[in-house]
Design a protein. Structure first.
Length: 584
């Protein structure tokens, strides 16, 4: 009985041109050989099964070949190539760092490096899984790796580049191997099937390539497994999905059709069938998200190349994409993404999957698309809209009209109307104070005059009496927008309510000159709001710095340092000892 050789070994590339999916790396290595620019050490890193060790062997064989072809490939005829093909080469040494990771193993390797090759030009050392070397072994290897003999070449291979110390990385020429694309794997599987005289459905090979996750060795192992089950008579699409426990595309196409029709009961029955076949609910959600992503890709011909499926499945995606609106796909992807995040923490995992199907199935029934979304949310906005204060131009006796809801603190305030042709102004409570003032044309006139207290014949100043409770309410209402805009200034305003005198002047006690400066900068804003809200143009604002040291709080860095030294005199000694300064 003839010994069976797995496809991963039987069809392992032996030349640079037969390496799958790493054209950039193989071209670079061939040019380095051609131009005699070979580095002293190489580091091949990347995922499993992408050709790191294979390229290392091809490179070792090629640089020792006595008759390199014009295409920079080994001849397979000279003594060096023959000995390499039969694994009898004395110039190529392979070391598994996973089982030879001690200092003694590296010392033995260093001793071997000192002996020049007896046949051929180079001695090549291929160290696989080099990240498994211990720290001591790495350090013992540094000097030899940096200054090896001219005839020695080192090729290191690893799947975990981040575990290699920087001193090793700096001494190597690094090549990053990419995952092999699904199309490249599928083409190679088709080639192997032809060589083995196996009839294979292209869609079946496409599924195997997707399941391999970018590793050609894994794809060939799966291929051998399917051939063992189905024989050479044929590898069908159904055979592959049955053996690999893969959800059929038809499930997702049928679910999507039912969701577009709003047929929730059919969706739940399909989900039940999937679960009865032993598939996990999370597996279904992941596949459904990938399905909607593929539909979205098919909406634009320029992105159709991103769809990595067989030609038959591709046509199904293109047909279904015509029936799906972009709004439906985006909302569905949003629901699926949220379910994917919450699935692991959900106690009843089945109901969370069914809930997603219910949500997606109701997207079209809501009749909300990108064009009428704004119209759909208007009732919601209206229900939470805050009352507004408007200027009534029809009367000069009562220039301010406030909508009912007197207990709502969030009312917005505008300036009194002028004798110039008035305009109706509505100011939203959600706007900042600066934006509110900017909308009032009368504000610009007063700002240009430079004096907020200056009277003008163009402005009629009303005088309305108000109670202390009304003033406190308006004051807190005026300070509220500063809570997010300027928290420190909000604390200054609300730490204590100002005192109101009989002449409508307001006295605000503050702690220091910095707070006084802030009040001065925003004085116009504060007075504008108070005068309009209370309908009294004679309101003035005065600040009084608290001179009582028992209640004055430290505010500036100097004041804080003084307070600290009073509590702990050793701080002053520390400042003097190190000649420290107070940071402003």
């Amino acid at each position: 009985m003839e010994n069976f050789i797995v496809s991963a070994r039987k069809y392992r590339p032996v030349t640079f041109d037969t390496v799958v999916g790493q054209n950039a790396i193989t071209s670079t290595l061939k040019n380095a050989i051609k131009n005699n620019h070979l580095a002293q050490s190489f580091l091949f890193c990347g995922p499993r099964g992408v050709g790191k060790t294979t390229c290392a062997r091809i490179l070792a064989k090629t640089i020792n070949c006595e008759n390199i072809s014009a295409n920079i490939e080994a001849c397979n005829v000279c003594n060096s190539c023959k000995s390499f093909n039969t694994s009898n080469s004395f110039n190529v040494f392979e070391l598994d760092a996973a089982s030879n990771n001690s200092v003694d193993d590296i010392r033995n390797l260093v001793d071997q490096v000192r002996i020049p090759p007896q046949l051929g030009k180079y001695k090549v050392y291929i160290i696989d899984e080099v990240h498994m070397l211990s720290s001591s072994a790495f350090n013992a290897f540094l000097k030899t790796l940096e200054e090896p003999p001219a005839y020695a070449k080192f090729i290191l291979a690893t799947t975990e580049k981040h575990k290699i110390i920087p001193t090793i990385l700096s001494r190597c020429q690094i090549f990053d191997f990419n995952r092999i694309t699904i199309s490249d794997i599928a083409k190679h599987l088709e080639f192997v099937a032809q060589q083995e005289k196996v009839i294979a459905d292209p869609n079946a090979l496409q599924i195997i390539a997707q399941k391999a996750d970018g590793a050609l060795r894994d794809a060939l192992s799966i291929f051998d497994q399917i051939v063992s089950f189905a024989g050479n008579n044929g590898i069908t699409y159904q055979t592959v999905i049955d053996n690999l426990n893969v959800l059929d595309y038809d499930y997702f196409f049928n679910v999507t059709d039912a969701l577009l029709k709003g047929n929730i009961s059919e969706c739940l029955l399909i989900l039940n069938e999937i679960l009865e076949h032993g598939f996990d609910g999370h597996h279904f959600i992941s596949g459904l998200g990938e399905h909607f992503r593929n539909i979205l890709v098919c909406k634009n011909p320029s992105t159709l190349k991103l769809l990595e499926v067989g030609e038959t499945i591709r046509e199904k995606y293109k047909f279904q994409a015509q029936n799906c609106s972009s709004h439906f796909i985006l909302k569905a992807l949003d629901f699926v993404a949220k379910c994917d995040v919450n699935y692991k923490t959900a106690y009843n995992k089945r109901i969370i999957v069914e809930l997603v199907l219910l949500q997606i199935g109701n997207i079209n029934s809501q009749n909300i698309n990108d064009d009428n979304m704004e119209e759909a949310i208007k009732p919601l906005v209206k229900s939470v809209e805050k009352p507004k204060v408007v200027v009534n131009p029809e009367t000069t006796k009562n220039p301010i009209t406030v909508e009912p809801k007197p207990n709502n603190i969030g009312s917005s305030i505008v300036m009194p109307s002028s004798s110039v042709k008035p305009e109706k102004r509505i100011v939203s409570a959600t706007k900042s104070i600066k934006e509110t003032l900017a909308e009032n044309a009368i504000q610009k006139k007063i700002e240009n005059e430079g004096d907020i207290d200056k009277s003008s014949s163009d402005i009629k100043k009303p005088i309305t009496q108000f109670t202390a409770e009304e003033f406190e309410k308006v004051w807190m209402e005026m300070a509220l927008p500063y809570k997010t805009e300027s928290p420190d200034f909000y604390i200054t305003l609300t730490s204590q309510i100002p005192k109101v005198n009989e002449d409508f002047s307001i006295e605000l006690n503050i702690d220091n000159v910095i707070q006084e400066k802030e009040i001065t900068e925003r004085k116009f804003e504060i007075l504008t709001i108070l005068r309009n809200a209370l309908n009294n143009a004679q309101i003035q604002l005065n600040t009084i710095i608290n001179k009582n040291p028992s209640i004055t709080k430290p505010f500036t860095p100097q004041e804080k340092f003084k307070k600290m030294t009073e509590n702990n005199p050793a701080i002053q000694n520390l400042k003097d000892l190190f000649d420290l300064d107070i940071e402003y």
